[in-house]
Design a protein around this ligand. Sequence first.
Ligand SMILES: Cc1cc2nc3c(=O)[nH]c(=O)nc-3n(C[C@H](O)[C@H](O)[C@H](O)COP(=O)(O)O)c2cc1C
Length: 211
Amino acid sequence: MNVSNIRLTYKKGALNEEDAGSDPFALLEKWLQNAIESEVNEPTAMVLSTINAEGVPDSRVVLLKGLESNKLLFFTNYLSDKGLHILHNPGVSVLFFWPELERQIRIQGIASKISQEESEQYFNSRPLESRVGAIISPQSQVIENREFLEKSFSSLLDKSISQNLEKPAHWGGYSIVMNKIEFWQGRPGRLHDRIRFRQENNNWIRERLAP
Ligand SMILES: Cc1cc2nc3c(=O)[nH]c(=O)nc-3n(C[C@H](O)[C@H](O)[C@H](O)COP(=O)(O)O)c2cc1C
């Protein structure tokens, strides 16, 4: 398969120091808002990378469910692969890529579980099918077949008519405290703009990186 000729010229925007400002969280919020307003597909989808106990990295997409000053919030199964990786090593990286805007944001941070109460609040706001799915799916475990899932799903869905569905203890949110954020805007001739913010002695240092 020859893909070497697939190549785009990026010309949708630019990122200069003045636009970047001095507050990386304000810029992150602005770019996220731009992505939502531009109606890109899944604007809140982010690639979350973790490291397993053997030091091997692993990545998958999760949905951002909150952005609170220096924290990103997402929800998952605490016993999934990513949950076990974070237990072992809370250092994670997050990547947003919005091809329609020719923008990428690279983030490093430290993940920790949010409180059960906060997770319950979000769990209870989810559609019934999503709550049932979260309860019955042993995320990341090997299962016999699809039927296993469908049977457990419909059996719990039937029961949910007469009983309240409680958030299982193994499902909840993580917040990621960000300590490094790089904004990338594609430019013509591969002279892309890269502005990175990193924390040093509780201050944010802004630097321009070569593309
Ligand atoms: C668009 C998209 C959104 C997703 N959102 C989530 C999410 O918010 N939480 C989650 O646990 N998995 C989500 N997934 C599934 C994960 O990518 C992954 O398959 C699952 O979490 C198991 O990952 P793990 O085995 O590495 O723990 C999403 C997948 C896609 C493609």
